[in-house]
Design a protein around this ligand. Structure first.
Ligand SMILES: [Zn+2]
Length: 231
């Protein structure tokens, strides 16, 4: 996979602001980021309307989570994969905020997520942020925050260890399962119910590790929302 630098991100935004991030067709006047056909075809899960769903089951028996949901299924249709790829590797930062706003407008209507008081994006290691230019989860959190009317904190928690699979494997072997790679930054907030946010949930182990870290801050409740899920 080719990683595109932050300079390419500017390039992308400068030259392709009017193409659909899913199908690459030209957007018409009223459309933003994703064309109306692709928006309509998005494989939505509607898990935010079900207290028992396959996403929350990923955390059962591991860590206490109040509510959990994902906006869409990652592997149903190529459109979502293109969208998330353009967010993560092609520097399309605007799509991250847009996706967050889209999902946030659904979550704010769900009684399951009504108690969430502040949004915490899953942190990236600073080396990764430097290479990519941004943390895609922060962008999603920003969009969710706008739509849900609750704050988001990007510096409440940090990723202490870079989970690289290529270098220094033996040295970091004990961190392979993303255990203990997150830590709190010592910041104080008054909110007690956090909405933990990531772009994609697969096994749930990263979010589980984050949730454990947040739980260290005391008597808190944790809910989880991601844009996409892999079943
Ligand atoms: Zn499209």
């Amino acid at each position: 996979m080719i990683r595109i630098s932050r300079y390419s991100r500017d390039f992308f935004n400068l030259f392709y602001p009017d193409l659909c991030a899913a199908c690459s067709r030209a957007l018409n006047g009223g459309e933003k980021h994703i064309c109306s056909t692709c928006l309509w075809r998005m494989p939505k899960t509607n898990f935010h309307l079900q207290d028992d769903n396959p996403v929350i089951r990923k955390f059962w028996g591991k860590v206490g989570v109040e509510s959990a949901a994902s906006f869409v299924f990652f592997d149903k249709g190529e459109g979502m994969q293109h969208i998330l790829h353009s967010l993560k590797y092609a520097g399309n930062t605007a799509i991250g905020i847009f996706l967050g706003e889209l999902y946030g407008s659904q979550l704010r209507q769900s009684s399951l997520f009504a108690g969430c008081e502040a949004i915490i994006p899953v942190p990236l290691h600073r080396k990764k942020i430097k290479a990519r230019g941004y943390n895609q989860s922060n962008l999603i959190a920003e969009g969710l925050s706008k739509a849900m009317g609750i704050p988001f904190y990007t510096e409440y928690m940090e990723r202490a260890v870079a989970t690289s699979t290529q270098t220094k494997k033996s040295r970091y072997a004990r961190f392979e399962n993303v255990e203990n790679v997150f830590r709190l930054n010592g910041k104080k907030v008054s909110e007690k119910h956090f909405l933990l946010v990531d772009d994609v949930v697969t096994t749930g182990s990263t979010l589980e590790s984050c949730a454990r870290c947040l739980a260290e801050s005391g008597e808190v409740k944790i809910s989880v929302a991601t844009i996409a899920c892999v079943m």
